[in-house]
Design a protein around this ligand. Structure first.
Ligand code: UN1
Length: 494
């Protein structure tokens, strides 16, 4: 019998009112992982009611005390890291070392935000009038709707929920239907750490039923979403009609630039890691390599040789480098792009196939795939594929490389490999992505700096760092007049 997981509403584990369920199978071998309750709008209503009630006292719970609960949660997470990493690999497919990294990112984020409980800085300023004191403070907004993707099932919920909580908001959380188990684990830990009932509520179910109900609910003033650009833009349009605050973290078409003067071996390591790590299913994955022509032949040769030797398989096997992709649908989408690339006239230099040898046929495996001589306007050089496919676009100069890097709709991450500091600074100055790496791949953001992107990647907000607090709080400016008389700003001090 597979485990059966429920919603958490007002501190109680309960089944969805409809009594419906759905299952999740291991993408590496098709085995049943768990069964989940399948919620709808009526469950969202109950969760929002609980979160609204809990907000009344949680907002007044001292922030350093909220921080202590998060410290405890981070410690428990640390103790269970290995168990959760294994469960994550079984449900989502990423290889075990990366699953450990995903849990580690949540540990880091939770410790970091716990510390914010003793900061949450505002400003004090002088007043233009005598005997008057001015300051600004951060205030929570109320119930935060948190909608998260499957590719970082522990890290991304922690990015969103820990700042929401430390600032005094309460939460209704809808995880991706491919990975609810990590959401259950995360919420269990918060509960175990001592979070009061109703502060965090988990509602498991699909986007149409649960996600839309959260977005439409009048008592949820802010929504944080990570997922596809299509879904995010539709969600934001819906929420705009209700004047809600929305943070969107969406697609990417991240480029690695390799100049003639680069350390090629380092570039190869960086490209393979960021193009094929997590089977390319990262928003930050390197799905383009913009190479200066002088380095092209050697770079491609080395990449092809290394990619061909990468081991596919069940991510629980420590020697496996590429796990399955998350679903059959995803596998088909990826493979369709391989056909698109060939039709567009790019040269398929490595991989290209769905891998079925031996046990691989039981899961959803795609070979690491490299297209060479990709034209900058081809679809495979512009559209997010979200799989282990990368496109090599040759260019003549740094100027052209920067122009190509900036030419896509998205703006999440970019990187440059060069040994010349002037070239590095040109890239830092002229590439318009939210994240930029020098002599590293496009993945690997740390939690204490802002994470997010420009253009179609987002809508101006950032996750992580202290920047994320701007989303989860509202500023209140406070003027305290202790002069004992009416003092009129802009009037009495002319
Ligand atoms: C994502 O791809 O959605 O920077 C998140 C990285 C990770 C987070 C990726 N720390 O690649």
């Amino acid at each position: 019998m597979a485990d059966h997981f429920k919603n958490l509403i007002n501190g109680k584990w309960v089944d969805a009112k409809s009594g419906k369920t759905f299952e999740r199978r291991n993408p590496a071998n098709g085995e049943l992982v768990a069964e989940y309750t399948k919620s709808d709008a009526s469950d969202v209503d109950a969760a929002v009611a609980a979160a609204s009630e809990a907000f009344k006292s949680w907002r007044l719970y001292p922030a350093p005390k909220r921080g202590e609960l998060l410290y405890t949660a981070a410690q428990i997470l640390n103790e269970r890291k290995e168990q959760f990493a294994r469960e994550m690999t079984e449900e989502m497919g990423k290889v075990i070392s990366e699953a450990r990294g995903d849990v580690q990112e949540a540990i880091d984020m939770t410790f970091y935000m716990a510390g914010e409980g003793r900061r949450l800085y505002g400003q004090t300023t002088p007043s233009e009038l005598p005997n008057k004191f001015n300051m600004s403070v951060r205030k929570p907004l109320g119930v935060a709707g948190i909608i998260t993707p499957w590719n970082f099932p522990m890290a991304i919920p922690s990015w969103k929920m820990t700042p929401a909580l430390i600032a005094g908001n309460t939460i209704v959380f809808k995880p991706a239907s491919f990975t609810p188990r990590m959401a259950v684990r995360w919420v269990e830990i918060l509960q175990e750490a001592g979070l009061p009932d109703g502060v965090v509520n988990l509602v498991i179910g699909g986007g149409e039923d649960v996600g839309n109900a959260i977005v439409d609910h009048p008592d949820v003033p802010l929504i944080s979403f990570t997922g596809s650009t299509d879904t995010g833009v539709r969600l934001a349009a819906r929420a705009a009609a209700l004047n809600k605050r929305v943070a969107l973290e969406m697609g990417g078409k991240n480029a690695v630039i390799v100049l003639d003067d680069a350390d090629l071996e380092l570039a190869v390591d960086g490209i393979l890691w960021s193009a094929f790590g997590t089977s390319g299913q990262r928003c930050t994955a390197a799905s383009r390599v913009i190479v200066q022509r002088g380095a092209q032949r050697e770079l491609v040769e080395r990449l092809v040789a290394r990619a061909g030797g990468m081991r596919l398989g069940d991510g629980l096997d420590e020697t496996v480098q590429i796990g399955p992709v998350v679903s059959k649908g995803q596998l088909e989408t990826i493979h369709t792009y391989v056909q698109v690339g060939q039709q567009e006239g790019a040269r398929l230099a490595a991989g290209g196939g769905i891998a079925t040898a031996g046990d691989l046929g039981k899961g959803f495996f795609h070979e690491p795939t490299i297209f060479d001589n990709v034209g900058r306007s081809m679809r495979i050089a512009n559209e997010e594929i979200f799989g282990p496919v990368t496109s090599i676009v040759p260019v003549d100069s740094l100027d052209e490389a920067i122009d190509v890097a900036n030419s896509v709709a998205y703006g999440l991450s970019a990187s440059i490999f060069t040994q010349d500091i002037n070239n590095a600074y040109r890239a830092m100055q002229d590439i318009f992505t939210g994240i930029l790496y020098v002599n590293a791949g496009t993945t690997g953001a740390e939690i204490h700096l802002p994470f997010g992107g420009t253009k179609a990647t987002g809508n101006g907000h950032r996750e992580a760092g202290t920047a994320t607090l701007d989303f989860y709080t509202e500023w209140q400016s406070i003027y305290v007049d202790f002069s004992g008389r009416l003092q009129r700003a802009q009037i009495d001090n002319q």
